[in-house]
Each structure stands twice: as C-alpha cells, then as structure tokens.
Design a protein around this ligand. Structure first.
Ligand SMILES: [Zn+2]
Length: 114
C-alpha cells in the first residue's frame, strides 16, 4: 500500500510506515482495539465521593488522580479539590484542639484563682 502521510510504498501488513512512522489504517485499527475505554471528561464529580474525599483527604487525592488518568478530568479535579478543602478543614480543627489543649490549664488556673 501507499503511506497516506509521505506517499512511500510500504508493506501491506505494516502497522506503521517504515519511512515516516505514521500509522497505517491497520495500525490505527490496532491502536483503537488496544485502547482501554476512557471515562467522559465532562462527567461531573459524585457528591458523595467529594464528601468522602474531604473526610479522608489522602483517599480523595488518590481517587482523584485515578479518575483523572481514566479520562474523567472534571470528576477527578472535583475529588482533588474536595481533598484540599478537607485538608484545610482538618488543619483548622487540629489547630483549634491544639489551642484548647494549651489554653485549658491557664483557663482552669484563672477560674480557681478568682
Ligand atoms: Zn510514510
């Protein structure tokens, strides 16, 4: 057959052109068969999974990365954003607990002194 990209004569069974490397119709068909089914890049993120991502940020980051690599770009991004919001939330909660732990003895002393 003739390469559709560079016009050179190539083997009829070739998957790629030996002259320019372009995929032949056979090569394209093989590539399509080998490709795994990809998710819809515009599929919105699942609300429950965003909540779970915020609750367990590490899970959200991993799950978001997996979904993104599966082609669900929008959903994956949603889970990663959820995980980042979750991390910020947990950071504030831990700081509040830390502040309370440090301040509580002083508060007790203050109440006992008065
Ligand atoms: Zn070619």
């Amino acid at each position: 057959m003739i390469c559709s990209n560079c016009g050179s004569a190539i083997d009829d069974r070739a998957a790629v052109c030996v002259h320019c490397g372009a995929a032949t119709p056979i090569g394209m068909a093989m590539n399509q068969g080998a490709q795994k089914p990809v998710g819809d890049p515009n599929e919105p993120a699942n609300g429950g999974m965003i909540f779970l991502s915020a609750l367990v940020p590490l899970f959200g980051l991993i799950y978001g990365a997996i979904e993104s690599s599966n082609g669900k770009k929008r959903a994956g991004k949603g889970y990663i954003i959820g995980a980042i919001c979750g991390m910020a939330f947990w950071l504030i909660i831990s700081l509040l607990i830390l502040a309370a732990t440090i301040l509580l003895p002083f508060l007790i002393l203050f109440i006992e002194a008065s």
